[in-house]
Design a protein around this ligand. Structure first.
Ligand code: DX5
Ligand code: ZN
Length: 217
């Protein structure tokens, strides 16, 4: 298992030190970019992750919940090990978004809303590095995990077969369900609220590893 830290519910006024304080317990930093169109919420654009890119060693996964991802993806400063993820529902056809992200020299990911059929991924599988399965409706942190996501993760794992695709799962993950999510086939779990809404975020992160049956440190 790898853990991606979703900073949506972190104290953004001191984000760099918040991330540095958890950096030994996480593997990625997850940025939720929302445009108020594709989802009914507004967060931040490229300026926030770009301002941190050279200051942090952890890889970033940038989750674009925006219309016109091919237009906005090139505005992110990324390293080869970073991932830029667009929503399949926002990019029809997806070719331009795929090419725009590939052109950045980083990894390419696609995400799906909970009700989007997995079959839309079939024609893209050979071009993807990551699939981000949404286990809540995209838009807000701190929502309840949709239990039907477990079957979707299993089905996606079967569909991916032996391809080198990372399966990440995003939304509502905490100590009560992280084991089941990993068991179903997730390589990366994205976690925000269960860490940042806990009284002691470091303890909460340690607890997640323990709950997944993979104690860390
Ligand atoms: C929801 C976002 C998630 C969210 C993480 O639109 O994509 O990344 O912050 O979910 P929680 O806060 O439930 O861990
Ligand atoms: Zn996200």
């Amino acid at each position: 298992m790898k853990l991606s830290l979703s900073i949506l519910n972190a104290d953004l006024s001191c984000l760099r030190s918040v991330i540095e304080g958890l950096s030994d317990l996480v593997d990625y930093v997850h940025f939720d970019v929302m445009d108020g169109h594709f989802v009914p919420n507004l967060t931040f654009g490229p300026v926030l992750p770009n301002s941190l890119r050279d200051k942090l060693a952890l890889p970033f996964d940038i989750h674009l919940m925006v219309d016109r991802p091919a237009l906005y993806a090139p505005r992110f400063s990324v390293r080869p090990e970073d991932v830029v993820i667009f929503h399949i529902e926002a990019a029809d056809p997806p070719d331009e978004a795929l090419a725009a992200i590939r052109g950045l020299g980083c990894r390419v990911g696609v995400s799906l809303r909970p009700r989007t059929p997995l079959s839309v991924l079939e024609p893209l599988l050979d071009e993807l590095d990551w699939v981000l399965v949404m286990s809540v409706e995209p838009g807000f942190g701190g929502q309840a995990f949709l239990p039907e996501s477990l079957e979707r993760i299993r089905a996606l794992r079967r569909m991916v077969g032996t391809r080198p695709i990372t399966i990440a799962v995003d939304g509502g993950i905490g100590p009560e369900n992280v084991g089941a999510v990993v068991e179903a086939g997730a390589d990366v779990v994205v976690v925000g609220a269960a860490i940042f809404r806990a009284p002691k975020p470091r303890e909460a992160a340690l607890n997640l590893w323990k709950a997944a049956g993979r104690p860390r440190n």
